[in-house]
Design a binder for this molecule. Structure first.
Ligand code: GAF
Length: 382
C-alpha cells in the first residue's frame, strides 16, 4: 500500500514525498484506566497508516485520503475544525503545533492504510501520531516524542470531541517490536514487557458493531469517575484520581455514592490492580493467570463499567469455552469494536473458525478476525 500511496502523491502533486508510518494498537489489559491516571498495557500492531508528505511552498495544506478517495484543501493561516470529519484528525494536530508556535508551512499529503475504522484499534491515534511525527521530521521542529503524543491527544480532544486518555497515542508513537508497554499514565514512565510470541498469538475478533453512543458514553464515564474522586477527596485528600483510591476506601463510604458511580469506581480500582498483577504474570511467564485476568477485566467492563455490548459478550463467552483460548476481553472504549484473544498457536485455525461459525449463527454476520503482530511505533517508512 505504501507504494500505491507514494504513487498517488506523485500523480497528484508532481513531486517526491518523504514517507512515514504510524500503527494502530491493541491493549492487553487496563481499560479506561488511562484517564484515571492509572496503568495500561498496550502494544502497537501491524495495522498501520502511511503518510506521503512534502512541503509545497504555499500557505495551503492539500490532502488526499487514499482510503476514501477524497481530497481537500485548507488555508494554514486559519486552521479550525472542518465539516470534513476525516480531516479533523490532521487539522487538530496542525492546530496544536501552531499553538505551540511551530511554523507549519504549506504541505501536501496523501495518507491511508489498513487500520479498520471504528474497530477499536485506534485508527484516529495512528493518524494523529503519524502526521505529528511526519511534520516534526519534515519541518525539523525537533519536538520530543512525549510532546508529540500530548499534542496528538489534544487534537482528539479539541477536533474530534472525545476526551480520550493518553494510551492510544502513546502506544502508536512508542510501540516496540514484540513488546507490550506498561505505561503509568500519570508520570508517563513506561517499561517494555517482552511478549513471548512462540506459544500463542493475539487474535482480534471484530464484531463490526459501531455504536453511535460510544463517544458520549465515554465522556459520561469520565464524569462518573470524577464524581467518585470528589467524594473520596473529602476523606482522603491524597486521592487526586481513582489511581490513588483503594477498594476499602470505596467500601467505607459506599452509602454516599450513587450506586452507578460506585460500580464505575470499583471497576477502575480493580482494573488498575489487575494491570500490575498481569505484568507480574508476564514476568513469571504465567500466561494462564494472565488470561484469567483478561476474563476478569471483561466481566468488570460488562457488569460494572457497562461499556460492552451483546456481540462482545457473546465472543468472550465463546472464548471461555475453549481450552485453547487463554484469555479474552473487549478492548478499547467499548460498545462495539474488537475482542482481544490470547490463542494457543497450535489451535489458531480451529479457534478462529469456531468463533466465525458461532458468530455467524448467532448474529448472521461474518466475523472479521485479525492476527495482530506487535511492531514498532511511528517511524519513517521505507
Ligand atoms: C479509547 C481512548 F481513546 C483511550 O484513551 C482509552 O481510554 C480507551 O478508550 C479505553 O481504555 O481508546
Amino acid at each position: 500500500m505504501l507504494n500505491e500511496i507514494t504513487q498517488k502523491f506523485k500523480e497528484l502533486y508532481n513531486q517526491d514525498p518523504t514517507v512515514f508510518r504510524s500503527p494502530g494498537r491493541v491493549n492487553l489489559i487496563g481499560e479506561h484506566t488511562d484517564y484515571n491516571n492509572g496503568f495500561v498495557l498496550p502494544a502497537a500492531i501491524n495495522k498501520e497508516i502511511f503518510f506521503a508528505l512534502a512541503p509545497n511552498d504555499t500557505d495551503t495544506f492539500r490532502v488526499h485520503s487514499f482510503n476514501l478517495g477524497e481530497s481537500a484543501e485548507f488555508n494554514l493561516a486559519n486552521v479550525q475544525p472542518s465539516d470534513i470529519s476525516w480531516a479533523n484528525y490532521l487539522l487538530g494536530v496542525i492546530a496544536q503545533l501552531q499553538k505551540a508556535n511551530y511554523e507549519v508551512k504549506g504541505f501536501d499529503l496523501v495518507f491511508g492504510g489498513n487500520v479498520p475504522i471504528g474497530a477499536g484499534l485506534s485508527s484516529s491515534a495512528a493518524v494523529e501520531c503519524g502526521i505529528a511525527f511526519g511534520l516534526n521530521e519534515v519541518f525539523g521542529f525537533g519536538i520530543d516524542k512525549f510532546t508529540l503524543v500530548k499534542m496528538a491527544q489534544k487534537a482528539e480532544h479539541e477536533y474530534a470531541g472525545v476526551m480520550c486518555g493518553i494510551m492510544d497515542q502513546f502506544a502508536s508513537m512508542f510501540g516496540k517490536n514484540n513488546h507490550a508497554i506498561k505505561l503509568d499514565c500519570r508520570s508517563l514512565e513506561y517499561e517494555f514487557y517482552n511478549l513471548d510470541m512462540q506459544d500463542y498469538r493475539i487474535v482480534l475478533c471484530d464484531t463490526q458493531v459501531k455504536h453511535s453512543l460510544a463517544s458520549s458514553e465515554y465522556n459520561t464515564r469520565r464524569k462518573e469517575c470524577e464524581a467518585g474522586v470528589a467524594i473520596l477527596q473529602q476523606y482522603y485528600p491524597e486521592v487526586q484520581s481513582l489511581r490513588d483510591a483503594k477498594l476499602d476506601m470505596l467500601a467505607q463510604h459506599q452509602q454516599e455514592f450513587n450506586p452507578v458511580v460506585y460500580k464505575r469506581c470499583t471497576y477502575i480500582v480493580s482494573e488498575n490492580n489487575r494491570v500490575e498483577a498481569a505484568c507480574a504474570d508476564l514476568e513469571k511467564g504465567d500466561m494462564k493467570s494472565f488470561g484469567d485476568r483478561m476474563y476478569a477485566s471483561h466481566a468488570g467492563l460488562q457488569h460494572d463499567y457497562e461499556v460492552s455490548c451483546p456481540e462482545l459478550d457473546f465472543l468472550v463467552n465463546q472464548a471461555r469455552q475453549s481450552a485453547d483460548v487463554l484469555g479474552a476481553r473487549m478492548m478499547g472504549g467499548g460498545f462495539g469494536g474488537c475482542t482481544i484473544n490470547l490463542v494457543k498457536v497450535g489451535a489458531l485455525t480451529d479457534s478462529v473458525q469456531q468463533m466465525e461459525k458461532a458468530y455467524q449463527q448467532q448474529f448472521n454476520v461474518q466475523l472479521k478476525t485479525y492476527i495482530a503482530e506487535i511492531v514498532d511505533g511511528s517511524s519513517s517508512a521505507k
